[in-house]
Design a protein. Structure first.
Ligand code: HEC
Ligand code: HEC
Length: 202
């Protein structure tokens, strides 16, 4: 404890960044190469990870480590884009438990910024009605309430949401049990309407 305090004191007086913090910053720089500055995505197929509840983020990274969720190969979109393409499963495989905890805590403290994207107003209206009858119980405030610990839907990238529904429906990503009942009752058009509803939250 004393040593740690001394180190922080030294770091503050000499302007050396404290070790743990520097590590997380370096990791986040890698993540942001795809997820965008401060974890706010500029790409439709990549989710914004800023503001995702800490518990959900930790859980997601362990699920990727277990390869229990599909992880498509992705190119880097920002910074050094010559880095080889990789997948979330490979990214998560390189993380320690401490890294996962630190990353989830750091991103959950950053503001979720809703994406500016085009949507179809009629589909969004149909999606709103579906959301209110089937999803609002667990995803309140149009899926923008981090306290639900059910990730963030309103203002999330539409391409990512569309892909997510596809992997839920083909069974390759596991769903919370009670959510599956609701999703299974929906048609492909219904799901597309939900994508437009969440995209309309800006
Ligand atoms: C090469 C690009 C790339 C890098 C680097 C990357 N990601 Fe991802 N990430 C993606 C893509 C694409 C998806 C969505 C598709 C998928 O699941 O494969 C995703 C999905 C996620 C999700 C799921 C979000 C949700 O709402 O369920 C989390 C969490 C995540 N990434 C965190 C991270 C963290 C933390 C890092 C850095 C340690 C990171 N990512 C690095 C491309 C990347
Ligand atoms: C019984 C509670 C419950 C209901 C009802 C429910 N969800 Fe969920 N949903 C969750 C939880 C918890 C998570 C986060 C855990 C996970 O990713 O497995 C989640 C995750 C999601 C995700 C993934 C988010 C991401 O970032 O990858 C989507 C999309 C989603 N829900 C859409 C819906 C839609 C649409 C409905 C209504 C048709 C719905 N959910 C109904 C609890 C629920």
């Amino acid at each position: 404890m004393k040593r740690q305090f001394y180190f922080i004191f030294l770091a503050l007086t000499l302007g050396i960044p404290a070790l743990a913090v520097a590590d997380v910053d370096a990791l986040m720089e890698g993540c942001n190469g795809c997820h965008g500055d401060n974890g706010v995505s500029q790409s439709s197929d990549v989710p914004t990870i800023a503001g995702i509840p800490e518990f959900v983020h930790v859980d997601a990274l362990y699920i990727y480590q277990d390869e229990a969720r599909p992880c498509a190969e992705s190119k880097y979109r920002h910074g050094d884009t010559s880095r080889p393409a990789t997948t979330m499963c490979a990214v998560a495989a390189d993380l320690s438990e401490d890294d996962i905890d630190a990353l989830a805590a750091a991103y959950s403290a950053l503001p979720f910024v809703k994406a500016t994207q085009e949507f179809d107003a009629a589909k969004a209206a149909a999606g709103k009605a579906l959301h209110e009858s089937s999803c609002d119980r667990c995803h309140s405030e149009a899926g923008t309430n981090p306290e639900d610990e059910a990730s963030m839907l309103g203002g999330q990238q539409m391409g990512y949401l569309r892909n997510t529904f596809a992997v839920y429906m083909d069974g390759s990503r596991e769903q919370p049990g009670k959510m599956k009942e609701k999703l299974d009752a929906l048609s492909a058009d219904d799901l597309e309407s939900l994508v437009h509803f969440y995209g309309s939250i800006q």
